[in-house]
Design a protein around this ligand. Structure first.
Ligand SMILES: [Zn+2]
Length: 597
């Protein structure tokens, strides 16, 4: 639909809802799709179980094509169900459909697990020759990469047992943690009398302009967490103990090895990155001192860290669309065109409403279907950045599924956040070139700097904390609340130095962070992706036009190679010890701009 023929959305993106009908006609059609995919998965098992060692290149290609088709059909139906649930989790039909999907996914992976295991069990020589066959060129990296888990994979019955016990042994602790942290209601008076506050609601108050409100919200948070600290520590201690036991069973050399393997990053590259971030802690401290000055404080308190330095003007949804269109168009017309597809084909659900989940995400949906974005647009400048971020993911999904198979389209964690962060930087620069409101400009500049610090530095602190916790547990020390607090305070003190005052309550800062519980060392991948993006952005600015084509190729390559190979054509050499310096130079520039704003 060309712009102008659609009614323009009201305030807070009123009326901007997605249309899921291109994914599935209705719930019954999605169930039908699921049934068909499961049948195909069972037929696949009947056809190929015990046969993988007998396949030649052509037969392997046929098997992979069938696997990709099953994957595609499953994720189409699964995405449809989860997208419906995301906008109305209370609707019974949505809940029923989502649980049917969850069961089908478990059943499908039980049926298909043998294939990966038989592939992994092939002798190196045979597997190499097969992966080299021209017929499987599109999935060559996928095939080779699966084998990196070979030394750490158990027999099929053992793997199945581990998968079956997961819900009780692992998920139960994660669920308990989630229950405690999401149902916690802390009485707090934000100016309208005592009201129960969730953790998120208290954290949101740390971005308010009133310093006393910020401080008392932070105090209330830690007072409210204290009675639960032992339970939360016990959840973590049990999960760390379980992960270490699994590591021993799978013969992993260190608690980080499984994560590095999954991210396809070497220990050396990650260690160098973390050390480089730590060397630059003084840059962050310089910013904290500058921020104290700008706020008129002798020293920054932790509750002032995200205090606003200016107020941003309101932006309605139509303007947000236009801003993003122009910002993306500056990189390449194709990028703007992909983003327009989301709007014109109603693939964005932006209107906040009851029953819809909070936050934002971009769902890849399936290889033969277009991606969708969910967010809650409230006419704030932040929302423009969120929309740009999710469309950045959308760019990646759209371009990679055009060129890759369903098995090779998705990138691992290490690079997943690169296109989204890059889209934010493009939008930020466009805003800085066009925005005239001085207060909005000031806020944008400081938020850009703080966003980078929160990702690069803070996630590094978190990852150091995790390492030490696993190290202590390996030595037989129980991770009690007191011990976790000790490690937490030490690692944070290294970062903040004397540029930040930490309140005593912050000892419990570790207790509510979900990533420690859900995925270990997820934290460093955030820092990695952000630094990669800053380095890429520096190149884009230095090289101009020629860069855009290579960047689009990188997006279209999806997960068809390891991060090091994907980044090399863009001039990022992960083996170079100084590879991170351009990223820090960018951050240096952000601090200077913010100091001067
Ligand atoms: Zn993201």
């Amino acid at each position: 639909m060309p712009q102008g023929t659609a009614p323009s959305p009201g305030p807070r993106a009123a009326g901007v809802r997605w249309d899921l009908s291109p994914i599935a006609r209705d719930a019954e059609a999605a169930r039908e799709d699921l049934r068909a995919a499961l049948e195909r998965a069972r037929a696949f098992e009947a056809r190929y179980r015990g046969q993988v060692a007998e396949l030649d290149g052509l037969a392997l290609a046929a098997a992979l094509a069938e696997l990709a088709a099953i994957d595609n059909q499953l994720s189409r139906a699964g995405s449809y169900a989860h997208l419906r649930e995301a906008t109305d989790a209370l609707d019974e039909e949505n809940r029923d459909l989502a649980s049917v999907v969850d069961r089908a996914m478990v059943e499908a992976s039980n049926a298909l697990r043998f294939f990966d295991l038989e592939w992994i069990a092939l002798p190196d020589e045979q597997a190499e020759a097969l992966a080299d066959a021209p017929e499987v060129a599109g999935d060559r990296h996928y095939l080779r990469a699966l084998r990196r888990f070979a030394p750490h994979t158990l027999s099929e019955p053992e793997e199945r047992m581990l998968a079956e016990r997961g819900p009780a042994a692992v998920s139960a602790w994660q669920t308990l943690f989630g229950r405690v942290t999401s149902t916690l209601e802390i009485p707090f008076d934000a100016g309208e009398g005592d009201e129960p506050h969730t953790i998120d609601r208290l954290l949101a108050l740390l971005r308010e302009a009133d310093p006393e409100l910020r401080q008392s919200a932070m105090d209330a948070l830690f007072v409210g967490l204290a009675p639960h600290a032992d339970t939360l520590a016990h959840c973590y201690d049990t999960l760390v103990g379980d992960r270490l036991a699994m590591d021993a069973l799978r013969q992993h050399g260190s608690p980080l090895e499984a994560t590095h393997l999954r991210n396809e990053l070497s220990e050396l590259v990650v260690d160098r990155m973390l050390a480089a971030v730590e060397r630059h802690y003084p840059l962050a401290q310089r910013w904290f001192r500058a921020k104290a000055r700008l706020l008129g404080l002798p020293v920054l308190r932790l509750s002032d860290q995200y205090a606003p330095l200016g107020e941003t003007r309101a932006v309605d949804y139509a303007e947000a669309r236009a801003l993003i269109d122009n910002a993306f168009g500056r990189l390449d017309p194709r990028v703007a065109e992909v983003a327009r597809g989301f709007f014109e084909e109603s693939r964005v659900d932006a209107e906040p409403r009851t029953g819809k989940r909070g936050g934002a995400f971009c769902a890849p949906v399936a290889q033969d279907a277009a991606p969708y974005v969910l967010m809650n647009f409230t006419d704030r400048m932040d929302d423009v950045m969120t929309l740009a971020h999710e469309l950045g993911h959308g760019m990646h999904f759209t371009l990679s599924s055009e060129r890759q198979t369903a098995l090779s389209a998705t990138t691992g964690l290490a690079l997943a956040e690169v296109p989204s962060t890059f889209a934010e930087l493009l939008t930020h620069d466009h805003l800085m070139a066009t925005e005239t409101d001085p207060s909005t400009r000031r806020a944008l500049i400081s938020e850009r700097a703080e966003g980078s610090f929160a990702t690069v530095f803070r996630q590094t602190v978190l990852s150091r904390y995790e390492r030490r916790a696993y190290g202590a547990r390996e030595e037989g020390t129980t991770l009690t609340s007191e011990r976790l607090s000790e490690i937490w305070v030490q690692e944070n003190a290294r970062y903040y130095g004397d540029a930040m005052e930490m309140p005593h309550g912050y000892r419990l800062g570790w207790s509510y962070i979900p990533h420690f519980i859900s995925t270990r060392f997820y934290t460093y991948a955030y820092a990695f992706a952000h630094l990669v993006t800053l380095a890429l952005y520096a190149r884009y600015r230095a090289e101009g036009g020629d860069f855009a084509a290579r960047y689009l190729d990188f997006l279209a390559a999806g997960g068809s190679a390891a991060p090091a190979e994907l980044l090399r054509p863009l001039g990022i050499d992960l083996d170079d010890p100084d590879v991170w310096e351009p990223g820090f130079a960018e951050m240096h520039g952000m601090v200077e701009a913010a100091e001067a704003a």
